[in-house]
Design a protein around this ligand. Structure first.
Ligand SMILES: O=C(O)[C@H](O)[C@H](O)COP(=O)(O)O
Ligand SMILES: [Mg+2]
Length: 307
């Protein structure tokens, strides 16, 4: 059976129909709310409208570079008040996986990070020591005979590697991470699969590109903790007691955000075209990924079409 075509939110009636259909909105961040430091048009107005209507806003980002607390600060920098319990980042879902699925022992088992500060901060909140990550010694050019991470030997307490988006990725970080991945007893966790990372006017390599290079070198595949992994959605649904049929996932990427919402049985999904995807991709029938129920040029069209 051919699914009904995605509905484009492009006028007052489609915008009103969309709003009336859901009580809870799960928002992806990069490519939906903002592009790096640039807030997208009418995002603040749209979030205020939802609040006025008594709708619930939850933020679900695959970007592991920040912790939930740091994301609260990013929202605040745009004048948007968000509490930490509204935010679910892949840095957080990866730390939950280390704690609840791998059951590593805090204060005993350590984590080697190939990624930015968000991962270490979320792990620390759960009592885990981590090494690597933003350690400035990793910014030095790699020399096997001088790297402090090699000449002092690998840390035997490391039981897991967590890898994510790292704008300071270099051969030093890849080389040391690989040493830990060559130990079969060390778990391999990837924060998210995103191959690319949308910025204003550019598409840059994403976490998936970094993690795939480690997978290629080590011959190992990681467990990914971000969207579309349903562990993340299960954590959200249970902690927020969401009614799935009245919940909508809003994203800019088909193989993470829209798949996450469709496979999670949410009442609907909205794809916005301000990030990774195009209108053609939104409309194409492709076994690779489910199609959205709605799509729009930008999230702010929900607000703009109701003015
Ligand atoms: O490369 C990445 O990690 C992702 O592109 C990026 O961070 C995705 O973040 P999201 O769109 O899920 O907020
Ligand atoms: Mg996105």
């Amino acid at each position: 059976m051919t699914e009904s075509y995605p509905v484009k939110i492009s006028n007052k009636s489609t915008a009103q129909e969309f709003l009336d259909s859901f009580d809870n909105f799960l928002f992806d961040c990069d490519g939906v709310l903002w592009l790096g430091k640039h807030l997208l048009p009418y995002v603040k107005e749209t979030l205020s409208l939802l609040e006025k209507l008594g709708k619930q806003a939850i933020f679900v980002t695959n970007n592991s570079t920040k912790s939930r607390a740091a994301y609260c600060k990013k929202f605040a920098s745009f004048g948007i008040d968000v509490t930490q319990d509204q935010i679910f980042s892949s840095s957080y879902s990866s730390a939950v996986y280390v704690r609840d699925f791998l059951k590593l022992k805090p204060g005993v088992d350590k984590v080697w990070i190939c990624g930015e500060a968000g991962i270490a901060e979320e792990l620390a909140l759960m009592g885990y020591d981590s090494i690597g990550g933003t350690d400035p010694r990793l910014d030095e050019p790699f020399d096997a005979e001088r790297s402090p991470f090699l000449i002092n030997g690998l840390d035997p307490a490391v039981r897991c590697v967590v890898a994510g988006l790292d704008s300071k990725i270099n051969y030093h970080r890849l080389a040391i991470t690989l040493q830990y991945l060559q130990k079969p007893e060390v778990h391999f966790v990837g924060t998210n699969v995103d191959s690319t990372y949308p910025q204003k006017g550019y598409i840059f390599p994403g976490a998936g590109s970094v993690i795939n290079s480690l997978a290629c070198a080590s011959g190992r595949e990681p467990i990914y903790c971000g969207k579309p992994n349903q562990n993340m959605l299960n954590t959200i649904v249970s902690s927020k007691n969401l009614q799935l049929s009245k919940s909508c996932m809003v994203g800019d990427r088909l193989n993470t955000d829209i798949r996450f919402g469709v496979e999670g049985g949410l009442g609907g999904t909205l794809l916005v075209l301000t990030g990774i995807e195009t209108e053609d991709r939104a409309l194409e029938e492709n076994a690779e990924h489910p199609r959205p129920k709605y799509y729009a040029e930008k999230l702010g069209d929900v607000y703009e079409n109701l003015q």
